[in-house]
Design a protein around this ligand. Structure first.
Ligand SMILES: NC(=O)c1ccc[n+]([C@@H]2O[C@H](COP(=O)([O-])OP(=O)(O)OC[C@H]3O[C@@H](n4cnc5c(N)ncnc54)[C@H](O)[C@@H]3O)[C@@H](O)[C@H]2O)c1
Length: 350
């Protein structure tokens, strides 16, 4: 490894742009290579970002001894093979969410990570918002006490991302659960201290996206052959007795048209993200009191904070800021939720 971290990004579509700008902000890193199966993306990255080493063959990045970090921004189905290959080639890996669609795949990734001794991080940028960091600090100080219930939702109105990356199972492996659900679920479980999930009851549906003329403000007409979930609701039980209600949708007659929130309820207080409000009760004086953590807008984008945290962990020999073990627990919930929707029964997680 040189004194700079050399980064290779695989998958140069939408989110990769934010990764590029994130890495460019890191003092000791530079994006030296990129790979995409679409040659038009390579041309764009050459003209817009001046990246020199661009190829349609991702293995060229993985095998390149001068590259230290592989950053995976492909559709979900390709996360596992690229992650395992990159770890086996001795690279650190930052992989977009969901780390992988199934428990078995994440277990393979963890095994490859442990063989390699390199860092593996999931791109869960919500954790890096100022509000999330502030709430997490309050939780550590005991402001909420024992968190025994949470609600997490991300509800959109006409908000299907219509790119194949998201709407066809053979590429995405799942719909809104793997797109939006994984974000708010990861955040809620992280706030709760990553308790072990033990049972999930849930449903997934595709209703409005299948209607004639269905459209999305996130990409125009919705292809009629969309084959993934657009709506999902679940009830999750954890080993410590805590519970969580999850609701996510790309298409719901909901207002406001973009609404993502997480509520936490504990024995000492409650908290709300993203407003960073704390809600407590003083039983002695019989009064409620609310505290606003009074945050200003995030000055640095959370995606960039996420990349900075990963770079620092690599430099300092630290641990992954978003460990794969935590993504494994989140995926256990989502996989059980899909299964519960198929069987119509609660699924017990072994
Ligand atoms: N954290 C976030 O905020 C966030 C936001 C959007 C997407 N994502 C995640 O990022 C990933 C990509 O999403 P996107 O919105 O950038 O999708 P996208 O469709 O805009 O881009 C994906 C790119 O990957 C390329 N690609 C597809 N298969 C490939 C392969 N086998 N090898 C190399 N390149 C390949 C495509 O040509 C395309 O350019 C998904 O896993 C998604 O869940 C995360």
């Amino acid at each position: 490894m040189t004194d700079k971290l050399n980064i290779g990004i695989i998958g140069l579509g939408g989110i990769a742009n934010l990764h590029h700008s994130g890495w460019e902000r890191v003092e000791n890193a530079r994006v030296v290579a990129g790979s995409d199966i679409n040659p038009a993306m390579l041309e764009r990255w050459q003209t817009e970002y001046g990246v020199a080493n661009l190829t349609t063959e991702p293995s060229e990045l993985i095998d390149d001894p001068d590259i230290d970090v592989i950053d995976i921004c492909t559709p979900n189905r390709f996360h596992t093979d690229f992650t395992v290959a990159a770890l086996e080639a001795g690279k650190h890996v930052l992989c977009e969410k969901p780390l992988a669609p199934t428990v078995a795949e994440i277990e393979k990734m963890i095994a490859a990570r442990d063989r390699s001794g390199k860092l593996l991080m999931t791109g869960q940028h919500f954790r890096f918002t100022g509000a999330a960091q502030a709430i997490k600090q309050e939780i550590a100080k005991g402001a909420l006490g024992d968190i025994y219930h949470a609600r997490a939702w991300w509800l959109r109105r006409s908000g299907v991302p219509t790119r194949p990356t998201f709407i066809y199972k053979d590429i995405s492996a799942g719909g809104v659960n793997l797109d939006l659900g994984v974000h708010v679920l990861d955040l809620a479980m992280w706030f709760m201290g990553n308790p072990q999930p033990v049972a999930v009851s849930g449903v997934t549906r595709t209703e409005l996206a299948k209607q004639d003329g269905a459209f999305s403000v996130w990409g125009g007409d919705i292809p009629a052959d969309i084959d993934v979930d657009e709506f999902s609701a679940g009830f999750i039980r954890f080993e410590n007795g805590a519970t969580l209600v999850l609701e996510v949708s790309w298409m719901l007659h909901h207002n406001p048209p973009e609404d993502y929130q997480t509520w936490l309820y504990g024995t000492n207080g409650g908290a709300h993200w993203p407003s960073a409000g704390l809600y407590q009760t003083d039983n002695q004086v019989k009064q409620h009191y609310d505290v606003s953590l009074k945050l200003t807008e995030d000055k640095i984008r959370p995606h960039h904070q996420e990349i900075e945290a990963f770079a620092q962990a690599i430099r300092n020999g630290g641990t992954s800021p978003v460990p794969a073990e935590q993504s494994l627990q989140v995926t256990k919930v989502l996989q059980a939720l899909y299964e519960s929707s198929c069987t119509g029964h609660e699924v017990v997680i072994a």
